[in-house]
Design a protein around this ligand. Structure first.
Ligand SMILES: [Cu+2]
Length: 388
């Protein structure tokens, strides 16, 4: 094994001898396309301009965004003022041992900015996302990022392969409005990185804001980002979850566990109970909350117990009219969805994946704690529980 700077991904070499190479060969073909895109990225500026909408990016205003850890979202305009901008983000990759359950179960997470999921980024349609991706030399593995919102070069993964000790900067135009998954996609190891937590989301708002399907503006008082994560933790012969020395050491066991397609944990924001207790999501009666929910790998079906989805973009794309008044909504794996709800009653609302086994046995549940006055017209006790 070489030094980690020249051979950052020791599993690359080991994997070349493993069965299953045919599947990776498929991805290698895709990477060839990525390489072509990489060449395109160094074409003369004139050719590039012709390929784009002839916007001189040097004339655009630049905005630097400080990202917040989920469920929180950085401050942003809902209706854009001014023309398209270049919005600068930085993601620093961190491989870290995190606890995913209150029983002490730990996993070597691969993260953007240290959290599972990574932070939600917000821009407007027509803006340019300029991402600096940093892989510090304290990490073991090579990583990159595939933005589902981006066009070309494997969603950017072809331009952002960074070994430990490297950084890369890539820029793409946000041409589609909606909430989109982003995830690490290293050749041959995509599911391992994604199910180690290396995913997040980007929200591209229409410049004139969200609309109800009849052209009326919809706004929100708060936005929360919920990233749902399926984990596949290998077990030892006694059935106990195994622990490893570093992010690279569980590869063979993790792949075997993943191939069962049976997750050991399905959690919101990286840990069982991450959005409960003092970390519960907060709102007040009368407030409208936008819930952005992503699942990079697996289907999910969010449900707010005691509430609804007033306006829901199930597949997350804002130029489609939202569904209204939903009880449960469906987000396919590899997508993000968005639901808008105005709270009408105080109390504790569980927000769950309504596969209730995944919610209550595997962890996919959080809480909204809502303050305010009770509305008897909407619900009241006619007879408290009493003897028949
Ligand atoms: Cu990665």
């Amino acid at each position: 094994m070489g030094s980690k700077n020249t051979m950052p991904n020791k599993k690359d070499n080991e994997m070349a001898n493993l069965p299953g190479i045919s599947r990776r060969a498929l991805l290698a073909g895709a990477t060839a396309i990525g390489a072509a895109a990489q060449l395109a990225a160094v074409l003369p500026a004139a050719a590039q301009e012709a390929a784009s909408a002839a916007v001189d990016v040097n004339t655009l205003e630049r905005v630097k965004v400080e990202l917040l850890p989920p469920p929180f979202v950085h401050a942003h305009e809902q209706v854009a003022t001014g023309g398209p901008k270049i919005v600068e983000f930085t993601l620093t990759i961190e491989e870290k041992l995190i606890e995913i359950d209150n029983d002490g179960t730990k996993v070597w997470a691969m993260t953007f900015n240290g959290t599972v999921p990574g932070p939600l980024m917000v821009v407007h349609e027509g803006d340019y996302v300029e991402l600096t991706l940093i892989n510090p030399d304290t990490n073991m593995l090579a990583h990159n990022i595939d933005f589902h919102a981006a066009t070309g070069a494997l969603g950017g993964a072809g331009l952002t392969n960074v070994n430990p000790g490297e950084k890369a900067i890539m820029r793409f135009k946000a041409t589609k409005a909606g909430v989109f998954v982003s995830h690490c996609a290293p050749e041959g190891m995509v599911p391992w990185h994604v199910t180690a937590g290396m995913n997040g989301a980007l929200m591209v708002l229409p410049r004139d804001g969200l609309r109800d399907g009849k052209g009326n503006l919809l706004t929100y008082d708060k936005v929360y980002y919920v990233g749902e994560q399926d984990f596949y933790i290998p077990r030892d012969e006694d059935g106990n979850f195994k622990q490893y020395e570093s992010a690279g050491d569980n590869y063979d066991d993790a792949v075997a566990a993943m191939k069962t397609l049976v997750p050991t944990h399905v959690v919101f924001n990286g840990k069982v109970g991450a959005l409960t207790g003092e970390n519960a999501l907060k709102a007040a009666v009368g407030e409208t909350v936008l819930i952005v929910h992503s699942q990079a790998n697996r289907d999910t079906r969010p449900h707010l117990i005691g509430g609804h989805g007033d306006y829901v973009w199930q597949t997350g794309k804002f130029h489609n009219a939202p569904d209204v008044d939903l009880e449960t909504w469906f987000i396919p794996g590899g997508a993000a969805g968005a639901a808008l709800y105005t709270f009408l009653q105080p109390g504790v609302y569980a927000y769950v994946n309504h596969n209730l086994i995944e919610a209550f046995e595997l962890g996919a549940a959080g809480h909204f704690v809502v303050t305010g006055d009770w509305n008897d017209d909407l619900m009241t006790s006619v007879l408290a529980p009493s003897p028949i």
